[in-house]
Structure formats: structure tokens, C-alpha cells
Design a protein around this ligand. Structure first.
Ligand code: SF4
Length: 374
């Protein structure tokens, strides 16, 4: 199975927590669309399987693209790859871009899944995060999308935003449930060094995120969504009625994918490839016919560690046969650690797989790191 990711590196304004690659110089959009279309052609042979299971337009803010931009991109995709009626085609959108007209355009070009970056329905929290939308647009965007006919909708929410208690988070979750969406991604607010929050923290103008508070909010999240019938299929992702994200699942299970656009990553089973995270230099190189990417060959150790990191975070767990195949000594080396985690009720195992328990989900990355091949 193959997946295609397109990185649209423009945003109206910078959210204070964000360390994705983007620019607010939207005037460069035309050149960028041309470059992205050209890169799709340059990279046409990267994927073994030309039939795409998913296409994902992320960023940045792909909902800034207009009909002509999207038509050109999809025309180019269809010149080199195969889209089928089953291909999941997701577009990340900000609520303030989603008018009825825009949603009809998205439908017309074939977008069949929306991922709406709501983050919060609470006005002061949206201002704190420096989002470009308000609480009314957050709610309205989902309702208009549903009215226009989108049924496969994800919303992103953020927890651990500083607050006196958990009331705002509980209300945010309730609002999300009231909107009857089939998929929710919830991410813990983290403070990254290159962001506005990172700089504030460095100057001691902001407190670090309270880990205990974050943990309590994750527990509220898991309890609330479980009671509402959602399946917690990956640490940050919840789906109802099998509405899993095909695109992200493809990453987690280690299938190949091609990433196009500045800062996009690709993976072909043997190596990873990272495009340059600089709009102007990306455009110059692509127009000169060269993909500005750094290639990283994956050692057996890298492959095992990546598999542990991603598979343990999912409800499908880590396959013992695969762990052995990647590292024949895995179980000899880790027997004691695995027993310790089992005693602590952080993992459980059967003949075929290792899974995290509910308690283990709070320590997913640490558990994986303790099992790494070092
Ligand atoms: S809209 Fe998304 S990509 Fe753009 S700054 Fe905000 S979080 Fe980052």
C-alpha cells in the first residue's frame, strides 16, 4: 500500500506552539504550487506501488488553496499515480477557511476526508494559542462540512493548556461529541524551543507544562471517549465505527509513502528522505530539476527502534515475529525489562504480540525507549 503526502507551507498567522515548517509569506503560493506539481513528476518513481491508498494535504494550511491550485495538484497526481474510489483523500483545514463555497470546492476536487484544526472551543484558549479562528467558527465549520455532505471528519483538539481545573477540557470534549464526528485526534501541548512559547519559557515568561495536569487530562480524554464508543486505536487518535485514518495507519504499520513539498518526509522501506525546510531554496532546486532531500539509510537498529516506537502506540501492538526478525536477540536481551513492565501492569503479551495496557499508554515512548536496541 502506498501513500502520498503534500506539504503546503503557508499559514495566515503563526500559532504560538507550532514548530511545523510554514511561512506567512502567502505571496509565494503560486510559485510553490508550480514547484510542488513539478516535484510530483520528479518523484514519480519513488513508490513501488502507484495505486495510492491515501493522499494527505497537510501543512501549513492547505485550506488556503483555491480551486485552481487544487485542480492543478490533482491533475498532476493523476498523471503519475492511480487514485481509486477507495483512496482516502484528506485535507487539513482551519475552521476560518471553511465556508460553504470552499467546502463545495473541496468536494468537487475529490477531497473525501477533512481534518479540522479546532484545538479548542474556548475563546481564551484559542487566543492563548494564537489561532486564527474563534470558538464560533470552530463549531460552525464542522456543521457546514456535515451539511455539505462530508461524513469522514476528524477534529484536532489540544489538552494540557494551562487552566485552573479540568472544566474547560471536559467542555471541549463534550462539544466535540455533540458534533457527532467519527474521528478525534488529541495532542498534548508541548513547548518546543523554536516557537513563541519556547522563547517565552526560555525568558521565564511562561511556566512549563504541568505533567501531572497533562496526565489527568489524558485520563479524562480516554475515559470520555471510551464511554462515547470511540476506539482508542493510537495514543493520540480515536475513531468510531472503523473510521481509522488510512493515511496515518499506513505510517504506523511501516508502509511506503512519498512526501512532496518543503520539509516533507518520505519512506521506502530502506531509507528515509527529508526535503529541505526552506521555501525559497526548495523552489530554486525543484525548478532546476533537483529534489533537495537528505537521505538517511536505515540500519537494522533504526528499523527495530522505529518499529517499537510506532507499533506499541497502536491498538494492534508489536508483533513478536517481526521484533525477532529485525533483531534476533530481542527477547534474550529484553526478557527482564519485559517482565518488569508486565509486573508493573504497563504491558501485556500473548504468543504473538506485545501491547500497552491502559496504564502503559501514559508512558508509551519511555517503554519503547527502554526496549530499544542501543
Ligand atoms: S495553522 Fe497549523 S501549521 Fe499553521 S502555525 Fe498554526 S498549528 Fe502551525
Amino acid at each position: 500500500m502506498s501513500a502520498l503526502y503534500l506539504h503546503i507551507p503557508f499559514c495566515k498567522q503563526a500559532c504560538h506552539y507550532c514548530d511545523f515548517h510554514f511561512s506567512t509569506q502567502i505571496a509565494q503560493k503560486e510559485e510553490m504550487i508550480q514547484a510542488i506539481c513539478k516535484e510530483i513528476g520528479l518523484q514519480k518513481n519513488y513508490l513501488q506501488n502507484k495505486t495510492l491508498q491515501s493522499v494527505y494535504l497537510g501543512g501549513g494550511t492547505p485550506s488556503l488553496l483555491n480551486l485552481q491550485d487544487l485542480e492543478r495538484i490533482f491533475e498532476q497526481i493523476q498523471r503519475f499515480f492511480i487514485l481509486t474510489p477507495q483512496t482516502e483523500i484528506t485535507l487539513e483545514a482551519n475552521p476560518d477557511d471553511l465556508s460553504q463555497e470552499k467546502l463545495q470546492i473541496l468536494q468537487k476536487v475529490g477531497i473525501n476526508r477533512l481534518s479540522i484544526g479546532i484545538q479548542s472551543f474556548h475563546k481564551p484558549h484559542l487566543a492563548f494559542l494564537h489561532r486564527s479562528h474563534n470558538e464560533l467558527q470552530a463549531e460552525k465549520s464542522v456543521k457546514i462540512a456535515q451539511d455539505v455532505g462530508f461524513s469522514n471528519i476528524n477534529i484536532d483538539l489540544m489538552y494540557a493548556i494551562p487552566a485552573e481545573n479540568h472544566q474547560i477540557w471536559e467542555k471541549d470534549l463534550q462539544k466535540a461529541l455533540d458534533l457527532s464526528i467519527p474521528h478525534l485526534s488529541a495532542y498534548c501541548l508541548t513547548i518546543e524551543p523554536r516557537t513563541v512559547f519556547g522563547k517565552k519559557l526560555e525568558k521565564r515568561k511562561m511556566q512549563p507544562i504541568d505533567e501531572n495536569f497533562a496526565r489527568q487530562q489524558m485520563q479524562i480524554l480516554m475515559n470520555t471517549l471510551k464511554s462515547a464508543g470511540f476506539e482508542h486505536y493510537e495514543i493520540s487518535n480515536f475513531a468510531k465505527n472503523g473510521f481509522y485514518s488510512k493515511h496515518n495507519t499506513n505510517y504506523w504499520i511501516g508502509n511506503e509513502y512519498l512526501g512532496v513539498g518543503p520539509s516533507a518526509h518520505s519512506y521506502n522501506g530502506k531509507s528515509r528522505q527529508f526535503n529541505i525546510a526552506h521555501n525559497q531554496n526548495y523552489i530554486i532546486d525543484i525548478f532546476a530539476g533537483k529534489v533537495p532531500a537528505t537521505i538517511e539509510e536505515l540500519s537494522p537498529k533504526d528499523k527495530l527502534n522505529e518499529y517499537l516506537l510506532t507499533s506499541l502506540r497502536t491498538c494492534w501492538g508489536a508483533e513478536k515475529s517481526k521484533l525477532k526478525q529485525l533483531y534476533p536477540d530481542f527477547f534474550q536481551k529484553n526478557q527482564e525489562v519485559l517482565q518488569k513492565f508486565e509486573k508493573q501492569n504497563l504491558i501485556f503479551q500473548n504468543n504473538k504480540k506485545i501491547y500497552l495496557t491502559e496504564e502503559g499508554k501514559f508512558f508509551a515512548d519511555q517503554i519503547a525507549a527502554d526496549l530499544f536496541w542501543v
